[in-house]
Design a protein around this ligand. Structure first.
Ligand SMILES: [Zn+2]
Length: 189
Protein backbone atom coordinates (compact mmCIF):
# COMPACT_ATOMS: atom_id res chain seq x y z
CA UNK A 1 0.00 0.00 0.00
CA UNK A 2 1.13 3.52 -0.78
CA UNK A 3 1.56 6.32 1.71
CA UNK A 4 -0.88 9.21 1.53
CA UNK A 5 1.53 12.11 1.28
CA UNK A 6 0.38 15.73 1.27
CA UNK A 7 1.28 15.87 -2.38
CA UNK A 8 -0.95 12.91 -3.24
CA UNK A 9 -3.73 14.28 -1.10
CA UNK A 10 -3.46 17.57 -3.00
CA UNK A 11 -3.71 15.65 -6.28
CA UNK A 12 -6.97 14.10 -5.08
CA UNK A 13 -8.31 17.42 -3.82
CA UNK A 14 -7.57 19.17 -7.10
CA UNK A 15 -8.56 16.21 -9.35
CA UNK A 16 -5.07 16.32 -10.81
CA UNK A 17 -5.16 14.23 -14.00
CA UNK A 18 -1.37 14.27 -14.30
CA UNK A 19 -1.30 11.86 -11.34
CA UNK A 20 -3.63 9.37 -13.04
CA UNK A 21 -1.98 5.99 -13.43
CA UNK A 22 0.57 6.78 -10.72
CA UNK A 23 -1.75 5.78 -7.91
CA UNK A 24 -5.34 4.90 -7.11
CA UNK A 25 -7.28 5.65 -3.98
CA UNK A 26 -9.83 3.47 -2.24
CA UNK A 27 -12.43 5.01 0.05
CA UNK A 28 -13.05 2.83 3.08
CA UNK A 29 -16.53 4.24 3.71
CA UNK A 30 -17.83 3.35 0.23
CA UNK A 31 -15.61 0.43 -0.80
CA UNK A 32 -14.95 2.10 -4.14
CA UNK A 33 -11.65 3.10 -5.69
CA UNK A 34 -10.86 5.98 -8.03
CA UNK A 35 -8.24 7.69 -10.10
CA UNK A 36 -6.81 10.91 -8.61
CA UNK A 37 -8.67 12.98 -11.22
CA UNK A 38 -12.11 11.58 -10.32
CA UNK A 39 -14.75 14.24 -9.85
CA UNK A 40 -16.74 12.27 -7.33
CA UNK A 41 -17.24 13.92 -3.95
CA UNK A 42 -14.02 14.47 -2.02
CA UNK A 43 -13.68 11.73 0.60
CA UNK A 44 -12.40 12.33 4.10
CA UNK A 45 -8.65 12.04 4.22
CA UNK A 46 -8.74 9.45 7.00
CA UNK A 47 -10.92 7.19 4.84
CA UNK A 48 -8.36 6.79 2.08
CA UNK A 49 -6.18 3.87 1.15
CA UNK A 50 -3.73 4.25 -1.71
CA UNK A 51 -2.69 1.65 -4.24
CA UNK A 52 -0.25 1.53 -7.13
CA UNK A 53 -2.46 -0.60 -9.39
CA UNK A 54 -6.19 -1.23 -9.86
CA UNK A 55 -5.51 -4.92 -9.25
CA UNK A 56 -4.11 -4.17 -5.80
CA UNK A 57 -7.16 -2.09 -4.96
CA UNK A 58 -9.51 -4.85 -6.09
CA UNK A 59 -7.52 -7.41 -4.14
CA UNK A 60 -8.08 -5.29 -1.06
CA UNK A 61 -11.82 -5.54 -1.73
CA UNK A 62 -12.50 -2.27 -3.53
CA UNK A 63 -14.78 -1.98 -6.55
CA UNK A 64 -13.93 0.31 -9.46
CA UNK A 65 -15.70 3.67 -9.55
CA UNK A 66 -18.42 3.95 -12.16
CA UNK A 67 -17.47 7.50 -12.88
CA UNK A 68 -13.70 7.52 -13.44
CA UNK A 69 -13.42 3.84 -14.40
CA UNK A 70 -9.99 3.23 -12.89
CA UNK A 71 -9.65 -0.19 -14.51
CA UNK A 72 -10.16 1.33 -17.94
CA UNK A 73 -13.33 -0.62 -18.53
CA UNK A 74 -16.88 0.16 -17.66
CA UNK A 75 -18.48 -1.54 -14.72
CA UNK A 76 -21.26 -3.56 -16.27
CA UNK A 77 -24.69 -2.06 -15.80
CA UNK A 78 -25.92 -5.27 -14.21
CA UNK A 79 -23.17 -5.02 -11.59
CA UNK A 80 -24.01 -1.41 -11.03
CA UNK A 81 -27.69 -2.14 -10.50
CA UNK A 82 -26.75 -4.81 -7.95
CA UNK A 83 -24.61 -2.24 -6.20
CA UNK A 84 -27.47 0.28 -6.20
CA UNK A 85 -29.79 -2.33 -4.71
CA UNK A 86 -27.24 -3.00 -2.00
CA UNK A 87 -27.00 0.68 -1.19
CA UNK A 88 -30.79 0.91 -0.97
CA UNK A 89 -30.90 -2.14 1.30
CA UNK A 90 -28.30 -0.64 3.65
CA UNK A 91 -29.47 2.97 3.60
CA UNK A 92 -33.28 2.80 3.35
CA UNK A 93 -33.55 4.10 6.92
CA UNK A 94 -31.55 7.22 6.06
CA UNK A 95 -32.68 10.30 4.21
CA UNK A 96 -31.91 8.62 0.93
CA UNK A 97 -32.98 10.44 -2.22
CA UNK A 98 -31.82 10.22 -5.80
CA UNK A 99 -28.96 12.68 -5.28
CA UNK A 100 -27.57 10.90 -2.26
CA UNK A 101 -28.04 7.52 -3.89
CA UNK A 102 -26.13 8.75 -6.94
CA UNK A 103 -23.39 10.07 -4.71
CA UNK A 104 -23.03 6.77 -2.89
CA UNK A 105 -23.10 4.83 -6.16
CA UNK A 106 -20.66 7.18 -7.87
CA UNK A 107 -22.79 8.21 -10.81
CA UNK A 108 -24.78 11.18 -11.99
CA UNK A 109 -28.39 11.18 -10.69
CA UNK A 110 -30.07 11.32 -14.08
CA UNK A 111 -27.85 8.61 -15.51
CA UNK A 112 -28.40 6.36 -12.51
CA UNK A 113 -32.16 6.79 -12.78
CA UNK A 114 -32.07 5.99 -16.49
CA UNK A 115 -29.84 2.91 -16.25
CA UNK A 116 -31.70 1.52 -13.26
CA UNK A 117 -35.06 1.88 -14.89
CA UNK A 118 -33.83 0.37 -18.11
CA UNK A 119 -32.43 -2.66 -16.30
CA UNK A 120 -35.17 -3.30 -13.78
CA UNK A 121 -38.29 -1.72 -15.25
CA UNK A 122 -38.79 0.53 -12.27
CA UNK A 123 -37.20 3.67 -10.97
CA UNK A 124 -34.63 3.59 -8.16
CA UNK A 125 -37.00 5.64 -6.00
CA UNK A 126 -39.79 3.09 -6.57
CA UNK A 127 -37.36 0.37 -5.52
CA UNK A 128 -36.47 2.33 -2.40
CA UNK A 129 -40.15 2.83 -1.56
CA UNK A 130 -40.76 -0.88 -1.92
CA UNK A 131 -37.91 -1.75 0.43
CA UNK A 132 -39.21 0.76 2.97
CA UNK A 133 -42.75 -0.59 2.71
CA UNK A 134 -41.55 -4.15 3.09
CA UNK A 135 -39.79 -3.32 6.33
CA UNK A 136 -42.73 -1.27 7.56
CA UNK A 137 -45.11 -4.14 6.86
CA UNK A 138 -42.92 -6.48 8.86
CA UNK A 139 -42.79 -4.05 11.79
CA UNK A 140 -46.56 -3.57 11.71
CA UNK A 141 -47.05 -7.31 11.86
CA UNK A 142 -44.47 -8.18 14.44
CA UNK A 143 -44.10 -5.22 16.80
CA UNK A 144 -46.19 -2.81 18.81
CA UNK A 145 -44.19 0.19 17.72
CA UNK A 146 -46.24 3.30 17.04
CA UNK A 147 -46.93 4.34 13.46
CA UNK A 148 -44.64 7.33 13.97
CA UNK A 149 -41.81 5.12 15.17
CA UNK A 150 -42.25 2.72 12.27
CA UNK A 151 -42.30 5.59 9.79
CA UNK A 152 -39.03 6.90 11.21
CA UNK A 153 -37.43 3.45 11.38
CA UNK A 154 -38.17 2.88 7.71
CA UNK A 155 -36.94 6.23 6.41
CA UNK A 156 -40.29 7.93 5.81
CA UNK A 157 -40.20 11.67 6.47
CA UNK A 158 -43.31 11.62 8.64
CA UNK A 159 -46.09 9.39 9.89
CA UNK A 160 -48.57 11.15 7.60
CA UNK A 161 -46.42 10.58 4.55
CA UNK A 162 -45.89 6.96 5.54
CA UNK A 163 -49.66 6.46 5.86
CA UNK A 164 -50.28 7.98 2.44
CA UNK A 165 -47.65 5.84 0.72
CA UNK A 166 -48.78 2.75 2.57
CA UNK A 167 -52.40 3.28 1.65
CA UNK A 168 -51.53 3.79 -1.99
CA UNK A 169 -49.62 0.53 -2.10
CA UNK A 170 -51.61 -1.71 0.23
CA UNK A 171 -55.06 -0.08 0.00
CA UNK A 172 -55.36 -0.04 3.77
CA UNK A 173 -54.06 2.39 6.34
CA UNK A 174 -51.20 1.10 8.48
CA UNK A 175 -53.62 0.85 11.41
CA UNK A 176 -56.15 -1.20 9.45
CA UNK A 177 -53.39 -3.41 8.16
CA UNK A 178 -52.09 -4.00 11.64
CA UNK A 179 -55.53 -4.84 13.00
CA UNK A 180 -56.08 -7.45 10.33
CA UNK A 181 -52.63 -8.94 10.36
CA UNK A 182 -51.41 -8.77 13.88
CA UNK A 183 -52.06 -11.79 16.05
CA UNK A 184 -51.18 -10.09 19.27
CA UNK A 185 -53.86 -8.10 21.02
CA UNK A 186 -52.17 -4.71 20.84
CA UNK A 187 -53.58 -1.81 22.79
CA UNK A 188 -53.64 1.44 20.85
CA UNK A 189 -51.40 2.98 18.17
ZN1 LIG B 1 -14.01 7.74 -9.35
Amino acid sequence: MLKLTDQRWQAIVTNDATQDGLFYYGVTSTGIFCRPSCHSRLPKRENLQLFTTPAAAMQAGYRPCKRCRPTGQAVSTAEWVTEIDQIIATHYQDKLDLDLLAQLAHGAPYYLHHVYQQQTGRTPMAALKQVRLRHATRLLRTTNLSITAIAAACGFQSAAYFSTVFKQAVHQTPREFRKKNSRTESSDC
